[in-house]
Design a protein. Structure first.
Length: 132
């Protein structure tokens, strides 16, 4: 239940109000409860506070717009975020969803193929660096 999860997150945040992961989870829970304005307000506050964790915050802002069916807003934010953080696959996947929603299937397919190649390379690097 999302309401119970939100209550638990808020209790945790009473003790650790600056915990980024918990705040992002709170924003997701608010989004799932259709409290999009509250979620976006929280994310904007985090964006101005957290200079080192922008990819996670920007991805969540984009997804918030995406799930409100405001695809143009989502696509703008996610395209900008993907330019700044091309290594972030979650942003790339959210951007693919935007392209699919707007009927830009060729662009969505192109980005999907790029993501697959990038993930293959990341996996190969992990396997190569794996030590028993």
């Amino acid at each position: 239940n999302v309401i119970v999860a939100l209550e638990s997150i808020e209790k945790f945040l009473e003790f650790k109000p600056d915990n980024l992961e918990a705040n992002i989870l709170k924003a997701r829970a608010l989004r799932l409860l259709l409290r999009n304005d509250d979620a976006l307000s929280l994310l904007e506050i985090l964006k101005h506070k957290e200079k080192d964790n922008q990819p996670d915050i920007e991805e969540e802002i984009g997804r918030n717009w995406l799930y409100q069916n405001k695809i143009t807003n989502a696509k703008e934010i996610l395209k900008d975020a993907y330019k700044k953080f091309p290594e972030n696959n979650r942003i790339g996947r959210a951007l693919v969803l935007c392209y699919e929603q707007t009927g830009e299937t060729e662009i969505a397919l192109h980005h999907t193929n790029l993501l697959i190649e990038k993930m293959k390379n990341q996996l190969a690097i992990k396997l190569f660096n794996y030590e028993d």
